[in-house]
Design a protein around this ligand. Structure first.
Ligand code: ADP
Ligand code: MG
Length: 414
């Protein structure tokens, strides 16, 4: 019997205990079960793992998952096993290679996680051929593209490996892929263009605003008053982080702590722990802060200065309001910020410089646009949003057309 979406929904309940699919998970799973290859572009937290883990339990054969980090693989392994999925990893950190290989050959695995450098080894290809493969899943697939922000040369070896098994469907997954990276990932991994499944980037509870910086301490103190509760302030340098944290604490009387790579590890860990546990603390940090922190009730994310790309902006602002409650993402920028950022490009490797410059230009477009911020942001990620969102500074502050004409009339008649 051909596996269908109805069966997938039953398996979703039975294996994961979830009532229904989220966002476009169903679409990706339907394609995979039908034997089609896809590139799934969905934001962090959307539930990309499930789109290969579930088919892995339904299809005949083992799903081979390529993942760039051993720590990531072991996290996934734990959660898959907790759901009763037969999973294993083959990494340099594993001692049970022989057992894993035997289990694979015996067809007793649903999921096998491997690092991309395995892919280039001929012996590995022969090993894979020893048992049926259900699916190739390529996690963090932007690593295959030099346009992506995290290029890994080993990912280029995945295509020849997968081409050796042409009948096996491929599923590439990533959270961050601008148009160029997406096209590149599709081409590099041999996935047809109509295999792109992309959606779910909108965070409707976040109010976006991008304002000129005049007095950042005053401006952020006001933001803190408007949005009581935990907040993150991103600043560009360690010195600015320290300075802002001090001044904000004095100005507001609230608990405000710094976080940057120059602090000793104990202080850094303590400040982070205090923030995660707190209901009203503000942390001033460099971009080093936030990776892997899951705090749902962050009420605002502020940027003092400009991030390095729209992708970085989206990721950093996305730490606000994960609980779905109203939250703010406010950037305070100055005219010199882009000049400084562009001058820093001189230090970037020549082969990456034009891509970095293009990213900065795209960000400048978002900062300078008079249009709906959300629409510009979502279009950047390939979505097709409405013209206005009603929840960003440009939608909220824009003078209504009638007001403008009224003003023009007055000026002309004066
Ligand atoms: P991603 O890789 O896209 O960042 P994950 O695969 O790590 O996201 O999933 C994020 C979280 O969402 C996990 O805790 C996962 O169990 C949960 N999740 C995934 N799909 C569903 C669903 N259909 N219903 C409820 N929770 C889900
Ligand atoms: Mg993931």
């Amino acid at each position: 019997m051909v596996a269908s979406l109805d069966h997938a929904r039953e398996a979703l309940r039975a294996t994961f205990g979830f009532d229904d699919f989220r966002g476009r998970q169903a679409k990706v799973i339907e394609r995979t079960l039908a034997g089609h290859s896809s590139l799934a572009v969905m934001p962090t937290g959307a539930g990309k793992s499930l789109t290969y883990q579930l088919p892995a339990t339904m299809l005949q054969g083992c799903c081979i998952v390529i993942s760039p980090l051993i720590a990531l693989m072991h996290d996934q392994l734990r959660s898959a096993r907790a759901n009763g999925i037969r999973a294993a990893t083959l990494t340099s950190a594993d001692a049970d290679w022989r057992e894993t290989q035997d289990a694979y050959r015996a067809g007793e695995l649903d999921l096998l996680y491997v690092a991309p450098e395995r892919a280039s080894q001929p012996a590995f290809r022969d090993f894979l051929a020893s048992s049926p493969i259900a699916l190739f899943a390529v996690d963090e697939a932007h690593c295959v593209s030099e346009w992506g922000h995290d290029f890994r040369p080993d990912y280029r070896m995945l295509r020849p490996l997968m081409d050796a098994f042409p009948e096996v469907p491929r599923l590439a997954l990533t959270a961050t892929a601008d148009r160029q990276t997406r096209g590149d990932v599709l081409a590099q991994l041999g996935i047809p263009e109509d295999g792109l499944v992309l959606a779910g980037f909108d965070r409707p509870n976040i109010r976006y605003a991008i304002r000129h910086r005049d007095n950042p301490v005053r401006q952020i103190a006001n933001l803190m008053a408007e949005r009581p509760g935990p907040g993150i302030v991103y600043a560009q340098t360690r010195r600015k982080v320290e300075d802002l944290a001090d001044k904000l604490a004095r100005e507001t009387g609230r608990k405000v702590l710094p976080y940057h790579a120059g602090l000793d590890p104990e202080t850094r860990a303590a400040n982070q722990a205090a923030f995660v546990a707190s209901e009203d603390m503000v942390i001033v940090a460099t971009v080093a802060f936030g990776m892997g922190i899951d705090k749902p009730d962050v009420r605002f994310v502020a940027h003092v200065g400009v991030p390095k790309s729209i992708e970085a902006y989206y990721q950093e602002t996305g730490r606000a309001g994960r609980d779905g409650d109203p939250s703010a993402a406010t950037m305070y920028w100055g005219a010199g910020d882009f000049a400084t950022a562009r001058s820093r490009l001189a230090e970037v490797d020549e082969d990456r410089r034009s891509a970095e410059r293009a990213r900065l230009d795209a960000l400048a477009g978002l900062v300078e646009t008079p249009q709906c911020r959300r629409a510009v942001l979502l279009r950047h990620f390939g979505e097709d949003p409405p013209e206005t969102c009603g929840n960003c500074d440009n939608c909220l502050d824009a003078p209504a057309v009638t007001e403008v004409t009224e003003l023009a009339r007055k000026l002309l008649s004066a």
